[in-house]
Design a protein around this ligand. Structure first.
Ligand code: 1GP
Length: 225
């Protein structure tokens, strides 16, 4: 199996956003360690299939991160399955997962659970999951410590999707983790921002920047090793 724990940089591609084969080739060659197929809105079996087909010819590690059962498939290297911690809507912590287990044949060797802490109030994921985003660093760190020590999640994911987060909060979470790998995603579109978060996170995730003007050059700027 591919050692995903060694990844320092992951590029997130959204099936609901269009991308050219040329840009896909440039992303594969950018130095990123893996490509994650993931989106919150308008995810269909067809748009996931289209994106996966564009990636098929490349050896780079590929991850599917489903936001529901739409487009769910297990022919990529891994499935990173999010559970949202900072919401009172249990469906996003366990409910959707029970439905998935009840109705799908699962290859558990490919499954990596992610403990999501959603921190951008204006993000689609915050709206969908009703996440309590306005929490101080101490509280985020407590959620992370529970995920690590109590639930033994292999990944704790600080999700600031669409905006650049608070390095002090990421540091506070880092200091509480023991076994979990720390992922940071949100608003990284420069070398400086990438280095700031890579100081505390094991892995940084870059998404939106890819779709901005000059996105591929921006992405290359964010590659930290
Ligand atoms: C989103 O964490 C990822 O799920 C990356 O965030 O799109 O803001 O780069 P951005």
């Amino acid at each position: 199996m591919i050692d995903w724990k060694k990844w320092r940089h992951v590029t997130k591609l959204d099936p609901d956003k269009s991308i050219t084969p040329r840009d896909v080739a440039a992303i594969v060659d950018s130095g990123t360690d893996a490509i994650m197929v993931s989106g919150t809105q308008n995810i269909t079996r067809q748009n996931v299939a289209n994106l996966v087909d564009m990636l098929k010819e490349y050896q780079i590690p590929k991850v599917l991160e489903p936001s529901g059962t739409e487009g769910l498939r297990d022919d990529l290297d891994y499935l990173f399955i999010p559970s949202v911690l900072n919401t009172d809507v249990a469906f996003w912590f366990m409910g959707a997962h029970k439905v998935w287990v009840q109705h799908f044949d699962i290859n558990w060797d490919k499954i990596i659970p992610e403990a999501y802490i959603v921190l951008n109030p204006r993000s689609a994921v915050a709206a969908v999951t009703k996440a309590k985003t306005e929490i101080p660093a101490k509280e985020a760190a407590a959620y992370a410590e529970c995920a690590d020590r109590f639930f033994h999640f292999p990944i704790v994911y600080l999700e600031y999707s669409g905006t650049f987060g608070d390095p002090a909060l990421v540091k506070a979470v880092r200091e509480k983790l023991h076994g979990s790998v720390l992922y940071y995603g949100g608003g990284i579109n420069s070398r400086e921002k990438a280095e700031q978060m890579a100081k505390y996170a094991n892995t940084i995730v870059v998404g939106n920047a890819v779709y901005e003007n000059g996105g591929i050059e921006l992405l290359k700027e964010t590659i930290v090793k």
